[in-house]
Design a protein around this ligand. Sequence first.
Ligand code: SDX
Length: 434
Amino acid sequence: MTDRTASLHFSDGAPSVTFPVLSGTLGPDVIDIRTLYSKTGKFTYDPGFMSTAACSSAITYIDGDKGELLYRGYPIEELAVRCDYMETCYLLLYGELPDPAQKEDFVSRVTTHTMVNEQMQFFMRGFRRDAHPMAVLTGLVGAMSAFYPDSINLNDAHQRDISAIRLIAKMPTLIAMAYKYSSGQPYMYPRNELSYAANFMRMMFATPCADYHVNDVLVRALDRIFILHADHEQNASTSTVRLCASSGTNPFAAIAAGVACLWGPAHGGANEAALNMLYDIQAHGGVAKIGDFITRAKDKNSNVRLMGFGHRVYKNYDPRAKLMRETCYEVLGELGLGDDPLFKLAMALEKIALEDEYFVQRKLYPNVDFYSGIVQKAIGIPVQLFTAIFALARTVGWIAQLNEMVSDPEYKIGRPRQLFTGAGRRSVKPIAER
Ligand code: SDX
């Protein structure tokens, strides 16, 4: 408990009210206003939740001013270099990094659940071949609740753990199937001797006609992309998963809701939008035209934004963007694409934007999506699949946050209120009199 308080005084003479001020281990204090409505008959008003902590959490901490990101206390810069995605999944789910035996067991559980029900391929056939992969993924993930009825009870920790392993294990398989379906190529089954990221690369790019040899540099880069995208506090899609799961629905349905929310260009869809933005600038004059594009991005009436720039929380450089830019150098170097014009254009755009008063004043820096598209394109991943890769990586974060909420004895269904600005009570007139 706390002895620190915050008081609310009303100019209309209504009695003042006092609330506890709570502190976490890191970051801003919160004013506990849970009794505000019962004490005052008033709500708080915070569209977009700019000043609202919707929950308490021990999973991920972000310091937007310092550009700091910690998963269970570990800096992303260390995890991205010293761990792989499977270790990161274990950390996010269970709170500690695994020892060798724990890692081996976890990887084995994931590996042996990578196949999907054969019926899933017939579900896929209901889509047009040119369906956006995020539309397909939203459908497939939601459909998993129909295929795995033995792990849909949200309030059963054992069933939640099984559904977590199934979701983490099967997302790569489903996304690779969506890609193969769009290209008319046969599906490739997962191989148990491959690592998580290598398995995904093979399911994506191998064909039954020839052996497939993974490129270890590209596999490591993809694994790092997964680590960087694994969780990110109470972002829009994570908040969607929490609110959806708060109704007691099943884990697959809640994660499908997260996939749907992530699709938006202001959120996970920004990596696809950022690469398309670079293509657009390149097609209209390249580096010479960056100034014109920046001018449009600053013009409120243009509806143009510098995709991959800006963040609700980071008012400093997104630490993931730095790591992603390093990965760009590694991958492009490995592939002999060091002079990749798109990468050079991105670096020129970043330099110009970071010197422009509009962006400096608003503390708009590159975010994780600015460079991730360039890396994924170099690896061979089609642009339309970028957000699906983001969803693949974020699945473990969504699950960890869902588990944390459901395990909190105080959790209840989320049900925000409103400031009503519509018509007052009025009577219906017969249509002849309207
Ligand atoms: C992700 O929340 C998370 O943690 C998300 C994420 C995660 O891991 O889950 O980090 C992943 O979603 C990263 C963000 C990806 N989105 C984009 O790159 C799309 C482009 N960025 C913007 O749409 C925007 O920056 C947001 C949505 C990311 C943040 O928007 P905010 O915090 O609501 O800020 P805002 O829209 O109120 O903008 C503040 C000002 C405005 O100008 P003024 O009204 O003050 O004059 O900055 C301007 C905006 O017009 N602005 C931009 C801009 N972003 C903000 N102007 C041009 N280009 C941009 N990219």
